[in-house]
Design a protein around this ligand. Structure first.
Ligand SMILES: [Mg+2]
Length: 125
């Protein structure tokens, strides 16, 4: 089953995103900060999609993204969708330059997420 990693320090957001991703046919993993996300990716290198918050303690989403994209190229790189309130143009450009594939502004819903998966060419149920 396709694996999606949901990274957000707010449990209510993780629960909500996880429910939507399961409805779309994904197995979901969760992390509450960038460091936990690094650990999850190491344990689940077949993860195909990461839904990534920006503002988190310990390691924020931007620093996690830089780390993720520095992993050698032979490792299959998951698609990354930033899911954040950091939606200023400068933040969006910074995240895209660091290797984010798409951007979703909170609050999100299932249709918005499905639309981004269409753009990214990721299959879902
Ligand atoms: Mg946050």
């Amino acid at each position: 089953m396709r694996k999606a990693l949901i990274v957000d320090d707010a449990k209510v957001v993780r629960v909500s995103l996880s429910r939507i991703m399961k409805q779309l046919g994904f197995e979901t993993l969760e992390a509450a900060d960038g460091q936990q996300a690094i650990d999850q990716i190491a344990a689940h290198p077949d993860t195909c999609l990461i839904m990534l918050d920006w503002n988190m303690p310990v390691m924020n989403g931007y620093d996690f993204l830089l780390h993720l994209r520095s992993i050698p190229e032979h490792v299959t790189q998951p698609k990354v969708v930033m899911v954040t309130t950091e939606t200023g143009m400068n933040s969006m450009l910074k995240a895209l330059a660091a290797g984010a594939d798409e951007y979703i502004m909170k609050p999100f819903d299932k249709d918005m997420i499905a639309g981004k998966l269409d753009i990214l060419g990721i299959d879902y149920d």
